[in-house]
Design a protein around this ligand. Sequence first.
Ligand SMILES: [Zn+2]
Length: 59
Amino acid sequence: MAKERYQIKSECPECGCGLICNMTPDEFRKKYGDTDGKVRVNCEKCGKDHEGCVIHETE
Ligand SMILES: [Zn+2]
């Protein structure tokens, strides 16, 4: 069985903090649907929405 995961990487343009978020495919689809490439993420520090880059990994 292939191991699959999603990673979202982003850098907040407001406060400059970086975010790396690991999710299982189930968690990802629940939150973002079938989107691939870019998603909107919410900065934990300043609460602003910005764009994050989706990395889909399988091994
Ligand atoms: Zn921020």
